[in-house]
Design a binder for this molecule. Sequence first.
Ligand code: ACO
Ligand code: ACO
Length: 152
Amino acid sequence: MEFKFRLLEPAEEPPIDLLLLADPSEKLVRDYLSRGSCYIASSSNEIIGVFVLLKTRPETIEIVNIAVREDYQGKGIGRKLIEFAKEQAKRDKAKTIEIGTGNSSIGQLYLYQKCGFRITGIDRDFFVRHYDEAIYENGIQCRDMIRLSLDL
Ligand code: ACO
Ligand code: ACO
């Protein structure tokens, strides 16, 4: 499937519904958008994927949000978004790219490790501290953030 990547223009409305698939907190999503760069993948003028890159430390960039429209998931687009994010981070002179996901996000952990990320740590109770409501996924509670990184 053919799709194009581009940076969201400052005047453009961000694809909030898509971004909320990756993070149920609109407050955190808006905060990432204000500090990071939002890239969108579109096909025939429809937005089908999104990711946000944030410079967190010198030479380190984090993918803080990544999502594919539900009816397009499972077709390899998520993997392509990550490959493009890696290339963009290299162009931005980063040496390391990071990503974090919940302990319950089995598919995401599978995808990120298949893309070369390795687990570096665990931020215990991150989702308990930062979200008002308990999150359940794959039958288990999402409490801890699994941190992963990849040297570029
Ligand atoms: N269980 C097992 N494997 C899975 C699962 C799953 N639930 N989901 C994807 N995979 C595998 C696929 O089988 C594929 O492996 P393969 O190439 O060996 O067949 C690989 O992961 C890549 O799958 P894609 O089709 O590229 O993934 P997709 O286009 O669905 O995008 C994404 C993945 C972005 C996680 C998408 O499912 C999505 O938008 N989910 C909802 C939002 C979300 O959870 N975002 C991430 C939150 S964390 C963060 O934003 C930093
Ligand atoms: N992916 C997703 N879910 C799984 C998987 C999998 N690969 N394997 C099991 N599950 C889930 C089941 O769906 C079930 O969940 P549910 O109750 O919500 O449906 C739950 O895990 C329990 O499954 P069981 O059927 O009870 O597990 P099983 O009898 O297969 O025993 C075990 C699990 C011991 C890991 C077995 O598969 C095995 O012997 N594997 C090979 C040896 C091994 O890997 N041992 C562990 C190494 S680590 C160690 O020894 C400390």
